[in-house]
Design a protein. Structure first.
Length: 337
């Protein structure tokens, strides 16, 4: 859907000249944009597009700005300090969409049957005290970055399915949660596999369930931008999705489908992820963090609607917000499965 080539670039440029004075498209301008990201394997689509020149081919000069949580990225998009970002749907993102500040324009990380995904965890202290299943987390502390985060949604969906109540505890940053889990200050959490697996192997906590068992086909993260970009910078936004989608295609071939060289891809991703570790120590975590990224940024609208409904039911966002206030469906394929 978002294939882009030098031939297309030349055709667009020629067309603009022939049209007599129309502004040159983004491909001719090398326009500078800022992209928000986390240093996770799941953000590799953007990293690959940068390193392999797909953003350059799309006419974009990309600079990354790195964050430690989802909600600050939503605020940064709304303020205009970054142009595009990939992160989970949060209460902050929905509320900013309700104010006309941002739009979801595609899908990124997703849970898919048969591909290892996010895990539910129990701290070792809780486990040793006899709390060994998700159901036995009833009335226990469950860690969040913030109320209204994806962690909150994942915990709540599991609790509803198990018919238990959790005491949600906001700790702001992933690092703080890891420390609280190790020290037994909180009993439960959910997180991506590249964080869950190594610490489970060390005995710091225990993996007791898969998020996909409770939230099938969960659209974990989305691609989003400002409402202004979505409405007024259509060529630039389409070009961004073009470059990003080519990066995802390469990522999937190497890290998920096994049809391209994985070692080369690990080398590339390591420039951005686990940069404080030597390559040999970083590689297993990079591989463990490899989950499905949506092809051509396709968006699972059923999952997005379920998330929106949950935020409304919890009083975290206004109950009047329609789906089309959050999502601009004109950029990518919309799926329902």
């Amino acid at each position: 859907m978002f294939k882009f080539s030098r031939r297309r670039a030349l055709a667009l440029l020629t067309g603009s000249v022939a049209a007599g004075g129309l502004a040159a498209p983004a491909v001719a301008s090398g326009r500078k944009i800022k992209v928000g990201a986390l240093r996770f394997t799941s953000h590799s689509g953007s990293f690959i597009a940068k390193e392999r020149g797909y953003f350059d081919e799309a006419g974009l000069d990309v600079e990354f700005e790195f964050f430690q949580a989802a909600q600050p990225m939503a605020v940064a998009i709304a303020s205009g300090s970054i142009d595009y970002a990939i992160t989970a749907i949060s209460g902050a993102l929905i509320n900013l969409a309700d104010k006309g500040a941002i739009k979801v324009i595609g899908g990124a990380l997703q849970e898919e049957a048969g591909i290892d995904g996010q895990k539910y965890l129990i701290s070792d202290a809780a486990y040793q005290s006899g709390i060994k299943t998700l159901k036995s987390l009833d009335d226990q502390k469950f860690a969040l970055t913030q109320a209204g985060s994806s962690f909150h949604y994942m915990g709540a969906k599991m609790a509803a399915a198990e018919n238990i109540k959790l005491r949600f505890t906001s700790l702001q940053k992933v690092g703080a949660i890891i420390g609280a889990m190790k020290s037994g200050q909180v009993a439960g959490w959910s997180i991506v596999p590249h964080i869950a697996k190594p610490l489970a192997a060390s005995g710091a906590w225990h993996i007791v369930g898969n998020v996909s068992d409770y939230i099938p086909n969960y659209q974990v993260t989305t691609v989003f931008t400002s409402a202004k970009n979505a409405a007024e910078e259509r060529a630039q936004t389409t070009d961004f999705l073009s470059g990003y989608s080519q990066g995802v295609k390469d990522y999937s071939a190497s890290m998920i489908d096994g049809t391209a060289n994985q070692d080369d891809m690990i080398d590339l991703i390591h420039k951005y992820v686990y940069t404080d570790r030597e390559r040999a120590k970083a590689a297993p975590s990079i591989v463990n963090g490899s989950m499905r990224l949506a092809t051509e940024a396709a968006l699972n609208i059923h999952s997005v609607q379920d998330q929106l409904n949950w935020f409304k039911s919890e009083g975290l966002v206004s109950d009047h917000i329609p789906l089309d206030a959050l999502v601009d469906p004109s950029y990518v394929n919309i799926t329902k499965a």
